[in-house]
Design a protein around this ligand. Structure first.
Ligand code: MG
Length: 171
C-alpha cells in the first residue's frame, strides 16, 4: 500500500492520461476532416500511447494494492480553427502532463517512496520525448505548412509513423 497522497495523485494521473487519449482523438478527428490522413495517423498513435500510459499506472496501482477510482473523463473542449492551433494545444498539454508527473514524483520523494520514483522515471523520460515531438511538429509546420506541396510531403512523412507498445512492461 502506497502513501495516500501518492496513491491519490496516481489515481488522478490515470484520468489525465485517459483525457490525453481523448484530446488526441479529437485532434485525429480534426485532421481526418481536413483530409490530412498522415497527421490524423500521428494523432491516433498519440491517443494509443496515452491509453498505454493510463494502463501502466493502473497496473502499477493494482500491483501495489492501491484503491482505484475510475472518475469521469472530461470532454475535450479545445476549439481548433487552424492546423497550428492543434499542434500548439498538443505542446501545451504535454507541458501540463510533465508538470503533473513531476508533482507525483515530488510527493513520492517526500515520503521516500523509492519504488514509485523508479516507476515514474520512465514517465519523466517519456514526457521529455513527448515535448520534443510536439515542438518538432510545430517547427515543421512553421517551415512547411504554408506551402501545399510541402504540407503534402509532411503529411506523407507522418503517415509512416507506426504504433509500438511501451518499452515499460509491468507484470
Ligand atoms: Mg501520457
Amino acid at each position: 500500500m502506497l502513501n495516500k497522497k501518492v496513491s491519490d495523485l496516481l489515481n488522478e494521473q490515470i484520468n489525465k492520461e485517459l483525457y490525453s487519449a481523448y484530446l488526441y482523438l479529437d485532434m485525429n478527428n480534426y485532421f481526418d476532416k481536413r483530409g490530412l490522413a498522415g497527421f490524423a495517423n500521428w494523432y491516433m498513435i498519440q491517443a494509443m500511447e496515452e491509453r498505454d500510459h493510463a494502463m501502466l499506472i493502473y497496473k502499477y496501482m493494482q500491483n501495489n494494492d492501491c484503491p482505484i477510482v475510475l472518475n469521469a473523463i472530461a470532454k475535450p473542449d479545445k476549439k481548433f480553427k487552424k492546423d497550428m492551433d492543434v499542434l500548439k494545444a498538443g505542446l501545451e498539454h504535454e507541458e501540463y502532463v510533465t508538470a503533473s508527473i513531476h508533482t507525483i514524483y515530488d510527493a513520492a520523494s517526500k515520503v521516500k517512496d523509492f519504488r514509485t520514483m523508479q516507476f515514474l522515471d520512465w514517465f519523466v523520460k517519456e514526457q521529455g520525448e513527448e515535448e520534443t515531438n510536439a515542438r518538432d511538429m510545430i517547427s515543421k509546420m512553421e517551415l512547411f505548412g504554408s506551402d501545399p506541396r510541402s504540407l503534402y510531403m509532411l503529411n506523407q512523412e507522418l503517415a509512416a509513423r507506426t504504433y509500438s507498445a511501451p518499452s515499460l512492461v509491468l507484470d
